[in-house]
Design a protein around this ligand. Structure first.
Ligand code: ARG
Length: 463
């Protein structure tokens, strides 16, 4: 007879669990999010047990029917969660037994909560990854379309946040697209290692029942059973991998956010974000704040924190399962939700970005952004690059004193610095000429941007 409130392991105990300890060790408040995946795993386990003759077909059908009823309660929100039952697994099993009687107690044959929870998280993660991959694809598509539309729009390109050389807005957007394409690859690569079946490892050493793990793996859509039972119950690499993917993604979204915040400011005024993505100020009536990108920038911090939590959680654990592992869930769940929310915000917002092309052009016209083009022009006329650099440097210094850009100087004025300069110089000093001249794979010329957008579309379709 059990003295504890927890029926599943009370047998060897002589006094009830301390009330605080019961609450302290319980995980049901957060791991209930795994309930439907827990049931999915149990269905496959029961089906496999019947296939190998450990359960009768009647018992299997009774269990599957009962699990359907439990799932219905959970989906309807009528399931009564109990902290005394510690975690999602025991809550589901107790409800099953309540519904179908003693047959429910046979479900746990050849299984432990250790391989069960590892399986549940992997099933949960696989669905999360597929959802995240869909949102990531939607965002990339929006970026590629916008880049195509803005293939000819000229803006200043920056180094050190100072105007450096003119680029096309489409080219800049495709740089973002490249970052996300790498994240997408990392995500799909992570999915391969998530998609492995722990079930069958039981507590740590495997089980004495004649189980067939290939059947369970196939029923659950896993690529294969995990190779080693000790590793299967203790491995959380995949959770760290996902969180590390998420950290890189949020780092990229944060960089994009930073640029959006700068560009919407009155000082830059390069783009407009529609009102629905912004909020106002309760004191300053004129304000329209870019809250969405700011919040995404801020969210990167919590995801980095979760990555550190998970790495630290795992670093000193001896094989195999330890209760420490229960701490994997909250960081992981929060990471998934944060990534989903940030991607949704961006995927909705990006197609609505409006370029203020006249302002971008004007900004690119100032700041001597075609200075490199002038140097390259001189080199084409036979001047050594270092000498050309010096000549252009003097022209820029003159322009700074006079308050005029290179393209605004007369030919005579420019010839003061080099008599190699001729009338045709003005072609290279225009912004259109400057971007069109960078006409190679990876360059900023409008034709290249359109071709790169097409390649990006093809790459996305193939992923
Ligand atoms: N709630 C536990 C967890 O999240 C389930 C596994 C419990 N196993 C055990 N031996 N206490 O890790």
């Amino acid at each position: 007879m059990s003295h504890t409130t927890n029926q599943s392991w009370g047998g060897r105990f002589s006094e009830p669990t301390d009330a605080f300890v019961a609450r302290f060790t319980a995980s049901v408040d957060f791991d209930r999010q795994l309930a439907l995946h827990d049931i999915q795993g149990s269905r496959a386990h029961a089906t496999m047990l019947a296939r190998v003759g450990v359960l009768s077909e009647d018992e299997r059908d009774t269990i599957l029917g009962g699990l359907d009823d439990v799932a219905a309660d959970i989906e309807a929100g009528t399931f009564e969660w109990s902290v005394e039952l510690e975690d999602v697994h025991m809550n589901v099993e107790a409800s099953l037994t309540e519904k179908i009687g003693i047959t429910g107690k046979k479900l746990h044959t050849g299984r432990s909560r250790n391989d069960q929870v590892a399986t549940d998280i992997r099933l949960f993660m696989r669905d999360a990854i597929d959802n995240v991959a869909g949102e990531l694809a939607r965002l990339r598509e929006g970026l590629i379309d916008l880049a195509d539309r803005e293939a000819e729009t000229i803006m200043p390109g920056f180094t050190h946040l100072q105007s450096a050389q003119p680029v096309t807005f489409g080219h800049h957007l495709l740089a973002w697209q490249e970052m996300l394409a790498r994240d997408h690859e990392r995500l799909l690569d992570c999915r391969r290692r998530v998609n492995v079946l722990p079930l069958g490892a039981a507590a740590l050493a495997g089980t004495t029942y004649p189980i067939d793990r290939h059947v369970t793996a196939e029923l659950l859509g896993f690529e294969r059973p995990a190779e080693n039972s000790l590793d299967a119950v203790s491995d959380r690499d995949f959770a760290i991998e996902f969180t590390s993917f998420a950290s890189l993604l949020l780092m990229h979204l944060s960089r994009m956010s930073e640029e959006l915040v700068l560009w919407t400011s009155a000082q830059f005024d390069f783009i407009d974000l529609p009102d629905r993505f912004c909020t106002g100020s309760s004191i300053m009536p004129q304000k329209k704040n870019p809250d969405v990108p700011e919040l995404v920038r801020g969210k990167s911090g919590r995801v980095y924190g979760h990555l550190m939590s998970l790495l630290t959680l795992m670093k000193s654990q001896p094989l195999a399962y330890n209760k420490d592992n229960q701490e994997d869930k909250e960081p992981l769940f929060d990471t998934v939700r944060t990534v989903q929310d940030c991607l949704k915000a961006f995927a909705d917002m990006v197609p609505a970005i409006e370029a203020k092309s006249a302002n971008m052009f004007e900004a690119a016209r100032q700041g001597f952004s075609t200075a490199t083009d002038l140097a390259d022009y001189l080199v084409r006329k036979g001047v050594a690059f270092r000498d050309a650099h010096e000549i252009v440097g003097q022209s820029v210094a003159h322009g700074l004193r006079e308050g005029r850009d290179l393209s605004e100087m007369s030919l005579e004025e420019l010839q003061r610095f080099s008599d190699t300069i001729e009338q045709d110089v003005f072609e290279v000093l225009t912004l259109e000429g400057s971007v069109a001249a960078r006409n190679h794979i990876g360059g900023t010329a409008p034709d290249q941007v359109r071709a790169a957008a097409q390649r990006a579309r093809d790459g996305l379709a193939a992923s």
